[in-house]
Design a protein around this ligand. Structure first.
Ligand SMILES: [Zn+2]
Length: 197
């Protein structure tokens, strides 16, 4: 496995990180090395401007930073931005998000999205608005493709964050749309302007 440097900045607020270095290493170990051979460092900091930013790439597209999150969190706004369903991670629309769902989301959506940005070819100068938009689309396609590929088969690991939420048989009661097992939840907090960059 290529060598990656990790760093973590202290969070003066009550925000924190739902995932850590070990979690990232598991995800990287599941990806072909050539997809992240550019990666030199992964940073954990508290520069998300509240919850407006979850992660970003820097350092010449060789470093990924993941931003701290409040303990009170919901995934609806994040998922709406990228036309995803919270149920894919074990959360529900307009409901409190389980910590395990937030962890799945940070590892297999946000982090994979940032790995997607590393796939871009080097271009001199500042990219145009059109190229930046295209880069966002490609990064998100990368995240969705690899999440579904990695989650298409059960991954033997004690941490449930590395597999999709368990599905259960559709309830027999009419009118219910429950498709996932209930998991412990956190209080909900969303910001309609949130986005993954
Ligand atoms: Zn992005």
């Amino acid at each position: 496995m290529p060598r990656v440097h990790f760093s973590e900045s202290s969070c003066p607020s009550d925000r924190g990180h739902f995932i850590n270095r070990a979690d990232i290493c598991v995800v990287l170990s599941r990806l072909p090395n050539e997809l992240w051979q550019r990666l030199r460092a992964v940073h954990f900091n508290d520069r998300g401007f509240g919850v407006r930013r979850l992660g970003y790439v820097a350092g010449g597209r060789r470093e990924i930073t993941l931003c701290a999150l409040p303990q009170r969190l919901g995934l609806s706004a994040f998922c709406r931005w990228n036309a995803l369903s919270p149920s894919e991670f074990g959360a529900q629309w307009g409901a409190k998000s389980p910590a395990i769902a937030v962890r799945r989301f940070m590892l297999y959506e946000v982090f994979l999205h940032e790995i997607g940005h590393l796939q871009a070819t080097d271009r001199p100068g500042r990219p145009s608005q059109r190229l930046r938009f295209d880069g966002e689309r490609r990064a998100e396609e990368f995240a969705v493709t690899w999440r579904r590929r990695l989650w298409s088969e059960y991954f033997e690991h004690p941490d449930a964050a590395h597999n999709p939420p368990p599905t259960i048989a559709p309830p027999r009661l009419q009118g219910s749309d429950c498709t996932t097992k209930a998991e412990p939840v956190l209080d909900r907090h969303t910001d309609s302007s949130t986005q993954i960059t």
